[in-house]
Design a binder for this molecule. Structure first.
Ligand code: FE2
Ligand code: FE2
Length: 239
C-alpha cells in the first residue's frame, strides 16, 4: 500500500545515498551490540550465534556504506548535502529502537526476533522499489537473506532458552516497542505543539510590548542629561 510513497522516497539519488549511509551506521551499531551480547552470555551456542550475527551486521554496515559512498560520488559536488531523509517513513532496517544488552538472553532474543522481522519486511519493500538500481537492489537481496536467518534463529533460540515463557517474552518485547514508538510520536507532537505556541506568542503577545517600548522610547530625551543634585553624591562608595 505504501509502495508509491517508498518509490518517491528512494527515487532521489541524493536521498538514496544518504539513507544508505545511515543504514550502514545502524547495522554497524547493531553489530557492536551483538559483540557485547556474546561477551555477556554464558551459553556457548548463543555466543557463537551472536558472533555470527555480529559479523553479518558489520558486513551489512560495510555494504551499505560502500554503496552509499559510490552513489554520492556520482552526484554533482554542489548537490551533495544532507537533505530531507524521511526517516520516520522509511527507517533503517532494525528501526529506531536501540538494542539493550544486559545479559538476559531471553529478553535479548525476543527483541532480536522482532527487530529482525521488522528489518526483513522493510528490506523487502525497499528491494521492491529499487529494481531500477541493480547494485543497490542486489545488496538488499543479500542482506534480506541474512535478516531472515537472524529472525528465525532468534525465535528458535528463544524457545530453547525459555521454553515455557517465550510467548510472554515476545509479547513484552512487542509492548516495549509499541511504548517506545508512542514516546517517539508523543515527543514529535509535543515539539510541533511547542513550536506552534511559540510562533503564536511571537506574533500575538510580542507586538503590544514592542509598541509600548517604541512609545516609551519616543518620550525619552535624547543625548546626555544632568544628574540631579540629590543623586550626585560622593563616588567613594559603591552604592
Ligand atoms: Fe542487518
Ligand atoms: Fe539482522
Amino acid at each position: 500500500m505504501l509502495e508509491p510513497l517508498h518509490r518517491w522516497i528512494w527515487r532521489d539519488p541524493e536521498r538514496r545515498a544518504h539513507k544508505l549511509l545511515r543504514f550502514g551506521d545502524t547495522e554497524t551499531d547493531g553489530g557492536r551490540d551483538l559483540v557485547r551480547a556474546a561477551e555477556l552470555t554464558s551459553d556457548p551456542l548463543l555466543r557463537r550465534l551472536y558472533l555470527v550475527h555480529a559479523e553479518d551486521e558489520l558486513r551489512h554496515g560495510e555494504m551499505f556504506r560502500r554503496r552509499g559512498a559510490e552513489l554520492l560520488r556520482t552526484l554533482p559536488p554542489n548537490l551533495s548535502k544532507d537533505g530531507f531523509q524521511a526517516d520516520w517513513l522509511a527507517p533503517s532496517g532494525h528501526g529506531a529502537d536501540d538494542l539493550s544488552v544486559d545479559g538476559r538472553d531471553d529478553v535479548l532474543l525476543a527483541f532480536l526476533h522482532l527487530s529482525e522481522k521488522a528489518a526483513a519486511s522493510r528490506f523487502t519493500v525497499y528491494h521492491g522499489v529499487l529494481r531500477d538500481d541493480a547494485p543497490t537492489c542486489a545488496i538488499f537481496e543479500e542482506i534480506l537473506r541474512d535478516e531472515t536467518f537472524h529472525m528465525n534463529y532468534a525465535l528458535t533460540q528463544l524457545a530453547r532458552v525459555s521454553p515455557e515463557h517465550h510467548q510472554q517474552r515476545l509479547w513484552r518485547a512487542r509492548l516495549g516497542r509499541l511504548w517506545k514508538a508512542y514516546l517517539r510520536l508523543a515527543t514529535a507532537i509535543t515539539g510541533l505543539i511547542g513550536g506552534l505556541i511559540l510562533t503564536i506568542q511571537y506574533f500575538v503577545i510580542l507586538p503590544p510590548f514592542a509598541w509600548l517600548a517604541k512609545r516609551a522610547e519616543r518620550r525619552e530625551p535624547t543625548g546626555w542629561s544632568p544628574v540631579s543634585p540629590a543623586r550626585n553624591g560622593s563616588l567613594k562608595r559603591q552604592y
